[in-house]
Design a protein around this ligand. Sequence first.
Ligand code: NAP
Length: 402
Amino acid sequence: MKKITIKNNKINVPDNPVIPFIEGDGTGPDIWKAASFVIDSAVKKVSGGSKKIEWKEIYAGEKAYNKVGDWLPEDTLKAIKEYTVAIKGPLTTPVGGGIRSLNVTLRQKLDLYACVRPVKHYAGVPSPVKEPEKVDMIIFRENTEDVYAGIEWQEGSEEAKKIIEYLKSEFSVDIHKDSGIGIKPISEFCSKRLIRRAIRHALDNGRSSVTMVHKGNIQKYTEGAFRQWGYELAEEEFKDTVISEDDLWEKYNGKCPEGKVILKDRIADIMFQLALLRPDDFSVLATPNLNGDYISDAIAAQVGGIGMAPGANIGDFAALFEATHGTAPKYANKDKVNPGSLLLSGCMMLEYLGWNEISQAIKNALEKTISSGFVTYDLARLLKSATELKTSQFAEKVVENI
Ligand code: NAP
């Protein structure tokens, strides 16, 4: 058993790494059991037994609260920092008790600044659009600032009144006296580190473009600056590998040369149209926090929605892979829901470790299972003829197909 380490931006992965997992609340135990069974089977099958993940359970959410009276114990944060890669099921958001959301707290405490969501269609998954197979995007959403920084004051509060008065006296800015106030910070440092990660991903994975999605025409010094800093970064750090859309037409006749990536930008509202009308024009998206939140769900809806959408929160020193849906408490312990989101998050984790072949084997088996009509309830209700399987049966079928 050995630890995964990160040095000079390079990850070192032993053949039998220790990886902490948080099972999650509600449907978490059911989907974790299914997903880890498929992952373990695939690792064994594809590596011929030379690799094995040593899972280490860590606690958060209800299980942690019942065990030690703390929703997010310090030991859990320590373990993720120490082992650098972890995976989690969905967590209940505690009502009251000072924690806004466990997920947000985890991201902030571990500085997991990039929320990464690949959105791709798998054959056989029902979709509301005509050509879902054209969707293959990966969204890098900034995770730490923007209106999500939590700097807000309620209408009528002393703080809101003071700020309204200050803006009036110092800058002659008039704001309705009965306004709530929120602050939207967007920094050069956080924008550049996010866009840098998106560009590196595109270069490392042979993706043709990175599109910055912003509302810079209106919010010039926050979202407009995000776009500007992206182009600056390309000039400073990726001069030989990143080209602009102008270069693409002027120098390369509209065809991106191998080994290079086009950096472009689109205003957020038009991007929502284009993601529906011409999804195959887009590959990697880099977005500020709020735009990324909206667009991730909108694009995920094109390829089968919530049960199949994986995600990860990644920083320079730790990565946490997660199911993107919630705990769906009404289905808890019913062995019913789709484990696809957590399983595909596991595939992202395997790719992060450099175990791409194993990830691909799982994705192929998942696709084969679904396209042969073996699905969980959520997809079964959308398909004319399908065999509905329980969570555990679905996992067994995927393993058969590896
Ligand atoms: P939710 O748990 O995501 O469930 C909403 C609906 O989505 C479910 O009723 C179900 O739809 C569908 N669904 C969810 N997981 C599914 C799966 N694995 N397979 C198939 N369908 C699935 O959202 P919620 O009910 O609003 O939130 C419940 C709790 O989860 C709250 O405490 C919330 O704070 C928390 N939450 C946690 C996370 C996280 O940990 N990342 C994210 C979001 C919410 P049908 O009813 O149509 O079958």
